[in-house]
Every structure is written in C-alpha cells, then in structure tokens.
Design a protein around this ligand. Structure first.
Ligand code: RIB
Ligand code: CA
Length: 299
C-alpha cells in the first residue's frame, strides 16, 4: 500500500486523476490539498470535496491552500475547464465544508509525522502549497518517499506560453523552490503527458457505464476534450500503479522563476547532479486501459 497526498487544482484532468487514485487499492489517499490554478482556490477546494463525495470517499480530508502565486498578487487561472472548473457538470447537492487547516500546514504535519517518510506527494497543479511548506520547514520535501509532479515542458513547447507549461507558469517561483529542495522528484512534463490523449472510443466506453461517477467524469471529459484531450494529471498517479508504462531519464531540471517571457520555462542543466527523473515515454494504450479498468469500480 502506498500512502499518498494529492495536491491539485480541479480541474477536469485532476478529477480523473483523483478518481484513478481512489479507485486503486494499491494507494491510500491520506489527504487532498488544493491550490489556485485552473480556477481560484475557493473553487478548486469545493470541487475536490464534491468529487471525493461523488467517488464514495467522504472520509478523505480536503484542505484549501495557496490563493495566489508566491510573486504575484492575483492567481493565474484559465477557462479550459469552464468557470466552475468541472465543465458545468453539476455534482449534486451542496458540498460539505473543507478542513479548516491550511493545505501547506496539512502537508507539513503529514511529512513531519513519524510516518512522513512513507508518504508520496502527487502534485498536479501550481506548486504553491509545496513551496510554502518547504519555506516554512526547510528540508521538509526531502522527507517524502517521493514527489510526483505533473508540470513543465522540457523538449517541447509550453501550453500557456511558448516557453512554459501551465502549472510551472502559474507559479514559477514555487516551481523553482520545489526543484531545488533536494527531494526525490519524478516529473511528468508535457513531453510525456502530450502522449496521454483520450480517444473517442475510450470516452464512449466511460460514458456507457451505469455508475454515477463514470457518467459524471465522461460528461466533464467531453467538455474538456473539446479544448484539450490530454489526460495530464492521470500520469503521475498511473506511474505509482504501473511504473513500466513510463520511461525517461534523470537530469538536473531547472525552472526559470524570474518575471518575463521565459518565466516558467523548464530546462535541463547540462552539468551537475541530477535532481529529478524526467519522464518522456508513455504506453498510451496501457494508460487508457488501466484507467478504464480502475474507473469501473467507482460508485
Ligand atoms: O498543463 C496541464 C496542467 O495544467 C494540468 O495539471 C491541468 O489540470 C492544469 O492544471
Ligand atoms: Ca491540474
């Protein structure tokens, strides 16, 4: 059993990643922390609460965290996932409240606890919460068993500027703090998530399932797919379940944190010690069949 904390900004591909995680018995999801990203943190946190309730996991605590990037006064959001962050798909009655503790404090408490060394952090939004926790507790992230990150674009263009992928662009300074924290990083940039495209047949298979979760996910993905068919955030979760679906190499990954047209760019530094595993290869069919298999078990 792998203990995980998922830090996210739901977000429709985040919703799919959460579904995959809670539907997989190999994973113990200890907490979900939320951050401003696709939508403001008040939206992403309620979305995470609603999604976990839909997936039959009201027991998993949800924490709201960073409302803005480290260096900027306002959050950097997008409308790819719709105003409500879930493609307008209504998930039933009003959401229950999220936990009172700040996400960065919840992350720190889990990593500082005696079982903190067993925890894998899976980050699939801007890295504000991880950076805040590391700044408050230097050396914190290095305590984790591993940190899986969806973010960056190394040998391919960005998806929000030519230089940068959205998660690293939305809080470049936070990405820099995490990249330089000395943690065991396993990074899933657009180089690999750009291969994680859902197919119409796969989506139709999900939509045909009778369960409420599958139908809601299919409806969200239909909206999302019109703009971005790539299941970015499923990758760092799937790698915990079937690591052989992925391939890559270690390298020293740096993020341009200084304001300007290059901010958020991730690049490999030619010298020095490797700081991360950078994934570039994916068995797309294997990923899609893993998700179809696991999502079938959701209520
Ligand atoms: O660039 C893709 C990433 O940005 C995904 O995590 C998506 O949810 C958005 O947060
Ligand atoms: Ca995300």
């Amino acid at each position: 059993m792998t203990a995980v904390l998922i830090d996210c900004d739901p977000g429709i591909d985040d919703a799919l990643a959460l579904a995959l995680a809670v539907a997989s018995p190999e994973l113990e999801v200890r907490a979900v922390t939320c951050v401003a990203g696709n939508r403001p943190v008040a939206v992403t946190a309620v979305n995470a609460r609603r999604l976990l309730d839909l997936f039959g996991r009201p027991d998993i605590p949800v924490y709201a965290g960073g409302a803005r990037p480290l260096l900027y006064p306002e959050p950097r959001t997008n409308l790819v996932h719709g105003e409500d962050g879930l493609g307008g798909v209504v998930l039933g009655r009003d959401a229950r409240p999220v936990a009172a503790e700040h996400a960065a404090d919840a992350l720190a408490h889990l990593l500082l606890s005696p079982s903190g060394a067993d925890l894998t952090v899976v980050a699939m939004g801007p890295l504000t919460n991880l950076a805040l926790a590391e700044i408050r507790h230097p050396g914190l992230l290095a305590r984790a068993r591993g940190i899986h990150i969806m973010g960056g674009a190394v040998h391919c263009p960005g998806n929000v500027t030519p230089a940068a992928e959205f998660n690293f662009w939305a809080d470049p300074a936070a990405a820099h703090v995490v990249m330089t924290a000395g943690a065991r990083l396993n990074v899933f940039p657009l180089d690999v998530t750009g291969q994680a495209a859902m197919t119409p047949a796969w989506l139709a298979g999900l939509a045909a399932r009778p369960a409420k979760s599958a139908r809601a996910l299919a409806a969200m993905l239909a909206v999302y797919g019109a703009q971005d068919p790539l299941l970015h955030d499923a990758c760092p979760v799937a790698a915990l379940l079937r690591p052989r679906l992925f391939s890559g190499a270690a390298g020293r990954l740096e993020v341009e944190w200084r304001p300007g047209p290059e901010e958020g760019r991730s690049r490999l530094h030619p010298d020095g010690e490797a700081t991360a595993m950078i994934n570039t290869g994916l068995d797309t069919d294997g990923l899609l069949s893993l998700m179809a298999e696991r999502l079938a078990s959701l209520p």
